[in-house]
Each structure stands twice: as C-alpha cells, then as structure tokens.
Design a protein around this ligand. Structure first.
Ligand code: CDP
Length: 204
C-alpha cells in the first residue's frame, strides 16, 4: 500500500495558494480543505448573530460555509480579526487535524498548516507574492462584487492583514523551516501551476 499523501499550503492573502492547492488536490485525487473559509465563517457568524467568535467557530456547518458573503472583503477582514483569538483557533483545530489525518491523505491551505495543523506533512509549500501583485489579483476578484472598490483600498487591506496575521502570538503566518518557497509574483497562472507541480514531485 502506498502512503497517503498530505500536502500543506500556506501563505499570505491572495498569494495564489488556494488555486494551486486545489490543482494539486485534483492531480492526486485528494480531498481539499480551504481553512481560511472556516475563519471567514467564524467571523461572519459572530458578526451576524452577535455572539462570541469561539462559540461561532463551534457552530460552523455546511450551510454556514456555503454563504456567498464569505467571499467578500468584510469577511476576510473579520476572519483575520477572529483568527488572532486562541479560543477560536482551538475550536477549529480538531476538525482541521482530522481532515489532515484522514486515511486517504489530504491537501489543506491556510496560514498555519505546515507549522501547527500538520507539521508532519511530508510536502509543504509556502506560496507568496509581492503585496502590490496580490492586491491587484484580489482587486480583480472583489471589484465584481463591489464596482466602487479601488486597488489602493485592497492594497491597504492586504498590508493590514499581512501585519496582523504575521504578528499575532497564536499560530502566526510563517514559513515552516521545511517548506518549499514559491513566489508567484512574476508567474502567470500556468507557470505557477507547473512550478507547484514540480515542487510537490520533488518531495515525493
Ligand atoms: O483568501 P485569503 O488569503 O484572503 O484569506 P483566507 O485564506 O480566506 O483567510 C482569511 C483569514 O483567516 C486570514 O487573513 C487569516 O487571518 C485567517 N486564517 C488563519 O489564521 N489560519 C488559517 N489556517 C487560515 C486562515
């Protein structure tokens, strides 16, 4: 029997990690978890129901995760605020760890997959890009929902979020020592996918 493959993708907002992680999951027929969605759901639910974020994290279900509002700018901002609360991270820990350790193997993307959720993952990629590049990509997505949004506003959001995610004491965004670095700043989508594929292969 071949060993189940576990792949951890981490990196800052709009680095391309979600797209790359889903391609690798499809390549190897592995289940894929976008862990950012869990934090987005916790922040959104806490806001809508005016409840404690850790309680909100414990109430997440398939219906909450399907809410279109989770894709918006406010949901990203709220996610990063509640993600700094240790009780929120604790409430989401077991679900993510169980997902990572399922017998089939798995691909997860987030901020602390290679460092906290699955430090034992044999394949870890840290995906990044320059802030201006990430802001442009994220603006292209968000402007469809909010035509008045400017690229400068998105760059401000990204810088604030980078700073908050990297400086928090609980599971900060950081590259695991054994993660391979993939900078997508100067890569188109096809080149980024090809590079991610060869980095994963290099660790198998
Ligand atoms: O798509 P984008 O990178 O903008 O954000 P996301 O992956 O949906 O994550 C939203 C926020 O959740 C991040 O800014 C982090 O603060 C938090 N997060 C986290 O702390 N740990 C994770 N494993 C995933 C997300």
């Amino acid at each position: 029997m071949t060993k189940p493959l576990l792949v951890a993708f981490d990196g800052p907002a709009a680095s391309g990690k979600g797209t790359l992680a889903s391609v690798i999951a499809a390549d190897y027929g592995l289940p894929f978890l976008d862990t950012g969605l869990l934090y987005r759901a916790a922040g959104h639910l806490a806001h809508v129901r005016q409840i404690d974020p850790a309680l909100a994290a414990s109430l997440i279900d398939a219906e909450t995760l399907a809410d279109e509002a989770l894709r918006g700018r406010e949901a990203g901002e709220r996610a990063s605020r509640v993600a700094a609360i240790p009780e929120v991270r604790a409430a989401l820990f077991k679900y993510q760890q169980d997902f990572a350790n399922q017998p089939s193997g798995a691909v997860l993307d987030g901020r602390d997959i290679g460092t906290v959720i699955a430090p034992h993952a044999p394949v870890k990629l840290f995906v990044t890009a320059r802030p201006e590049i990430r802001a442009h990509r994220r603006w292209l997505q968000l402007v469809k929902l909010n035509p008045a949004l400017t690229e400068a506003e998105v760059l401000d959001d990204i810088r604030i979020r980078d700073e908050r995610d990297s400086s928090r004491s609980s599971a900060p965004l950081e590259k695991a020592a054994d993660a391979l670095l993939l900078d997508t700043s100067d890569l188109g989508i096809d080149a980024a996918i090809a590079t991610a594929r060869s980095l994963v292969k290099s660790r198998l």
